[in-house]
Design a protein around this ligand. Structure first.
Ligand code: DAT
Ligand code: MG
Length: 149
């Protein structure tokens, strides 16, 4: 089964949307295999957003993501990476499809509530940044057989 990293960003935590976002992911059938609250350090943020170094929004992005607590999760499911990205919607909420988290709950690209890894290599890298091996649980859910063939 595929695993991906989800970050419920500081704006979502401040706005009381942790439950709403988790609910949307859970209701699709994704399984949470790790979860914690944390405040991201500058060092961790720089690693996580390393691909964006030098872009005009980089400094603001680091400031924002480290400013307040976030909730981070590892979620698992068939095609979890793509499913999470599609549930989140496009990076800019103004362009996100209605029904997605970013379209339904956000207005601006710099306050887009949620992060999801964008590919298998990124997912493995990002999960490794945020979770130790022993923090990610392999557990059997009784509804699994009703969600996956
Ligand atoms: P995503 O979060 O959808 O994977 P990304 O990896 O391209 O998007 O960018 C990471 C975050 O950086 C994104 O969630 C919001 C911010 N960002 C990206 N492009 C931006 C821009 N043009 N202006 C302001 N913030 C931007
Ligand atoms: Mg990205």
């Amino acid at each position: 089964m595929e695993r991906t990293l989800v970050i419920i960003k500081p704006d979502a935590v401040q706005r009381g949307l942790i439950g709403e976002i988790i609910t949307r992911l859970e209701r699709r059938g994704l399984k949470i295999v790790a979860m914690k609250m944390m405040q991201i350090s500058k060092k961790l943020a720089a690693k996580h957003y390393g691909v964006h170094v030098g872009k005009p929004f980089y400094e603001g992005l680091i400031e924002y993501i480290t400013s307040n607590p976030v909730a981070v999760m590892a979620v698992e499911g068939r095609q979890a990476i793509e499913i999470v990205r599609n549930t989140m919607g496009a990076t800019n909420p103004a362009q996100a499809a209605p029904g997605t988290i970013r379209a339904d709950l956000a207005l601006e690209i710099g306050r887009n509530l949620v992060h999801g890894s964008d590919g298998p290599e990124t997912a493995a890298f990002e999960l490794g940044l945020f979770f130790g091996e022993d923090e990610i649980l392999s557990w059997k859910r009784d509804t699994d057989r009703w969600i996956s063939e």
